[in-house]
Design a protein around this ligand. Structure first.
Ligand code: ADP
Length: 458
């Protein structure tokens, strides 16, 4: 897949993720906004209803105390209600003298009162009586009505009795629903503006988060791509060499036995390299899958070090290199793990040390232990160090040499025959044993690879 296509795929996925996330969040926010709006509206209307009922109740009870005779409105009632006006007379609104009215509950400006006689005819009004509401009596306890301009009012009807419990007439208290409507309008506007603004913020955050989430996937995708390309490249080299050897052999009409043997020898070498490469790749992929489930047996590190130093002495001697072991502990050191893998780990480090050390150099394999304190716990670690006096590794390469197929550029031209998997395998083995590996190196002076693993007691 080309880089452009790859980038498009990831950019598209990022957009899609951000979009889905924003969509889901938008839905949740809208539902939440709707719920909040409904509950605010409900709570507010319940409060206003209670207020209306309590005002109506108070007025009703106070008014009944003043009524003596059915159909007759005592003059005291006039002082009792603000803006009192008998129907049929001309009345002037008297806002200035409100204080003198006994009932100040309806002074707020949004309440009105209607008083009907027993036949249902409107005889008096008071409070902020809105023009344009019906003067016809509706005896239903609670009603929603509107005036000619469409303004909403809530109204409560009660029957009136005299002091000695004779029927007097009817009484209605209402209040304008406008402040409630205004309040809801404000809440609606807050939601209408707030939800899209939140959505824009959520959208940007989703885009950023989707980018963060995609980054490791993109990186590992690129690593897989790189790994596949490197593996193919490494496999192609011995295959092409074998092919060329076979083709040139086929061109020779009478192949002598010695020549045939040489050719077969070359093919066998290439084949061995291929087999080793495939085995390394399989080992790495197996360790990737089973990182945690390695065989765990007690492995003696002293044996591993002495066996390997002995095994590699002839190879070192052939390159005029001295290899020695330096065991700095009295007792045997044991770790839990897979001994074959631990042999592989140390041998990879020794092979590299020999390979990248010039003649007359030294390779030393050190075995030691040290105490480690992590938080409240204290434990003892085994240390294996492979030290050489070789060519060294430049500082900028030191973090990369553990990558799969990574070889230092100058080293590729030296044709050491390595595939660049040796240290990757070493690192994978160390990790599957919950250990650590690191390198210290100086160009022209030498390198020290240090492996640290938890010791088992006894
Ligand atoms: P290779 O199979 O090429 O040796 P490795 O993964 O073992 O691959 O090592 C990666 C690179 O690290 C090598 O190409 C080499 O340049 C560098 N390297 C590894 N060990 C040493 C060492 N002891 N001294 C100097 N360079 C080293």
């Amino acid at each position: 897949m080309s880089i452009d296509k790859e980038y498009n795929l990831f950019a598209k996925t990022r957009w899609r993720l951000a979009l889905y996330y924003s969509g889901v969040m938008g839905l949740i926010l809208s539902l939440l906004g709707f719920g909040v709006y409904k509950s605010i509206a409900h709570a507010h209307s319940v409060t206003l209803d209670r207020e209306l009922e309590s005002v109506a109740g108070t007025l009703h009870d106070s008014l009944e105390l003043k009524l003596k005779q059915p159909g007759r409105l005592e003059p005291i009632v006039r002082d009792f209600l603000p803006n009192f006006c008998l129907v049929g007379t001309s009345c002037v609104l008297d806002n200035a003298n409100r204080q003198r009215h006994v009932v100040s509950a309806i002074d707020g400006g949004s309440y009105y009162v209607k008083i009907f006689d027993l036949s249902g005819s409107l005889i008096a009004i008071a409070g902020s009586y809105p023009s344009g509401i019906s003067p016809i009596l509706n005896k239903e306890y609670s009603q929603n009505i509107s005036d000619n301009d469409g303004n909403l009012y809530r109204q409560i009807s009660l029957s009136l009795h005299t002091q000695d419990s004779q029927d007097w007439g009817y009484f209605q208290v209402g209040r304008s629903w406008k402040d409630f409507e205004d309040y809801l309008k404000t809440v609606r506007w807050v939601l209408i503006l707030g939800i899209p603004i939140s959505l824009i913020i959520v959208g940007s955050a989703s885009w950023w988060l989707a980018g963060l989430a995609m980054e490791p996937i993109y990186r590992s995708y690129q690593q897989i791509q790189q790994f596949t390309a490197d593996a193919a490249h490494e496999l192609r080299t011995p295959l092409a060499a074998t092919q060329a050897t076979i083709e040139s052999a086929l061109l020779i009409p009478d192949l002598e036995q010695k020549e045939a043997r040489d050719i077969l020898g070359t093919i066998e070498r290439q084949n061995r390299r291929l087999t080793q490469l495939v085995a390394d790749l399989l080992l790495l992929s197996r360790m990737d899958r089973e990182a945690i489930q390695i065989r765990r047996e007690k492995c003696c590190l002293n044996d591993i070090v002495s066996d390997l130093v002995e095994e590699f002495t002839p190879l070192a001697m052939a390159s005029k290199i001295t290899i020695t072991s330096d065991v700095r502990v009295k007792n045997n050191l044991a770790v839990l793990g897979d001994s074959a893998q631990l042999y592989r780990l140390v041998s990879n480090l020794i092979v590299n040390a020999i390979q990248y050390t010039l003649a007359e150099g030294n390779v030393r394999v050190i075995l030691d232990s040290r105490d480690r304190i992590a938080g409240a716990s204290r434990h003892r670690n085994a240390i294996i160090q492979v030290q050489d006096t070789g060519i060294g590794i430049p500082p900028e390469e030191q973090s990369r040499i553990f990558d799969r197929f990574y070889r230092i550029k100058s080293d590729r031209s030296r044709r050491t025959g390595g595939s660049g998997l040796g240290l990757a395998i070493a690192k994978a083995i160390v990790q599957s044993h919950q250990g650590t590996i690191h390198v210290e190196s100086k160009v022209g002076v030498g390198s020290t690879f240090t492996v640290e693993m938890l010791l088992v007691n006894g």
